[in-house]
Write a protein that binds this ligand. Structure first.
Ligand code: FAD
Length: 373
């Protein structure tokens, strides 16, 4: 079985890794677009205390978070250990006690069914600051033990190297899809035709333009995210918990005295790969509001990523019924580093024609397409 994967962000890299481990002949092609979402993602893996109440979203996010330890083990067997993945816990913080009550109740309920959620505990402001020293004084917290963070770039590269070790081949270039009579025959890369039995489109926010020439209207749009990397001199940030201030903003720390703060969610900004004054101001204002202790940190880097956003918060996953050999792995939106590795394992199975354990009906990729008259 020969499968081509278009896109080597987290979705494509994971699909390729799992496919190659199954013994498929795998070719991966990536165009290295500026603004790959995976390269900009913050890396929070903590679906446990979100205010999102969509069961279908939660089912996949939970499976994604719970899949990490197994993936880490699999990659270790392939000699890949540098993933930036660590269970560091999270602090949900707020000045509003009612919001913390909600988080605590939700976390506790979740924990009753999912042991991976770990301990859920209310912390005093002093206890919270011990765990995350730059935090604003007086800010109370709910501690969520089972929260993790991952470095999207490191994980993506480990999956790619892992896939390569199992025989996958990588191409650089723009891929276009080739079809005859509604059957996928392969892809064209820089004028070269490569035949395949199946193609997995994991092309992130760019998938729409890839599929449009074939009359497939995949409703995925770029949602720009601007995210700032701060360097905190001489601080060991490696075990600092993720900070969740009960908004779309957050702070997540990594090993190299780095605290990542973000992010904007700019729907309608298109593929505009720029740091804007308003974006930077929003991100820094929100971060310093909860962690004024970061005011003296060094501005290290600003990253921009285009989240592949569908019309709702659910991913777009599955075969395209009218076309033989075409599988979509997309629409990961703001949770792709949580769901992506697991979703890639599902996409690999679908490409091989295997059954998957999860009911993927809610994620049918063309569920928003208008019926053709
Ligand atoms: P991408 O990573 O964008 O990869 C798509 C790839 O396809 C690109 O490399 C592109 O070059 C390639 N491509 C496209 N078209 C073609 C073509 N025709 N030929 C060849 N190659 C092509 N998720 C979380 O779970 N937790 C977080 O904390 C988190 N924080 C985030 C913060 C920001 C600022 C952003 C932007 C995202 C964040 N996310 C987070 C979301 C997550 O990063 C994305 O959902 C995920 O990375 C999407 O992965 P993907 O593989 O679908 O797309």
């Amino acid at each position: 079985m020969k499968v081509i994967v278009i896109g080597a962000g987290i979705a494509g890299a994971s699909t390729a890794y799992h496919l190659s481990k199954k013994g498929a002949e795998v070719i991966v092609v990536d165009q290295f677009h500026e603004g790959q979402a995976t390269a900009a993602g913050a890396g929070i893996v903590c679906p446990w205390v979100t205010s999102l109440e969509d069961e279908d979203w939660f089912r996949l996010a939970k499976a994604g978070a719970c899949y990490y330890p197994s993936l880490v083990e699999q990659l270790k067997e392939d000699g890949e250990t540098n993933l930036g993945y660590r269970l560091v816990g999270a602090l949900a913080v707020s000045e509003d006690e009612e919001k913390l009550d909600y988080v605590e109740q939700r976390g506790t309920k979740c924990r009753a069914e999912i042991p991976e959620v770990g301990e859920i505990r209310r912390l005093s402001a002093e206890e919270a600051r011990k765990l995350f020293p730059p935090l604003k004084e007086g800010l109370k917290a709910v501690y969520v033990e089972g929260a993790a963070r991952v470095d999207g770039r490191l994980l993506r590269d480990a999956l790619k190297r892992g896939a390569e070790k199992h025989g996958a081949t990588f191409y650089t270039g723009k891929a276009s899809l080739e079809m005859v009579n509604s059957i996928v025959t392969g892809v064209r890369i820089n004028e070269e035709f490569i035949a395949a039995d199946a193609v997995v489109v994991a092309a992130g926010a760019w998938a729409r333009e890839l599929l449009a020439p074939h009359g497939i209207d995949l409703k995925v749009e770029p949602q720009r995210g601007q995210i700032v990397h701060l360097q905190v001199p001489e601080q060991d940030t490696s075990n600092w918990p993720v900070i969740l201030p009960q908004s779309s903003h957050y702070l997540v720390s990594f090993d190299d005295s780095r605290v990542v703060v973000g992010a904007t969610r700019e729907t309608g900004a298109g593929f505009d790969y720029r740091v804007t004054a308003a974006g930077l101001q929003e991100v820094l204002d929100e971060a310093l509001k909860v962690a004024p202790g970061l005011a003296g940190s060094t501005m290290h880097e600003v990253r921009i990523g285009f989240r592949p956003a569908g019309p709702d918060i659910l991913p777009l996953l599955g075969p395209v019924p009218s076309i033989q050999g075409l599988i979509i792995a997309n629409g990961l939106g703001a949770s792709g580093l949580t769901m992506g590795p697991y979703l890639g394992s599902l996409a690999a199975r679908l490409a091989m024609g295997e059954e998957v354990e999860l009911d993927i009906t809610p994620y049918v990729p063309l569920r928003f397409a208008l019926p053709v008259e």
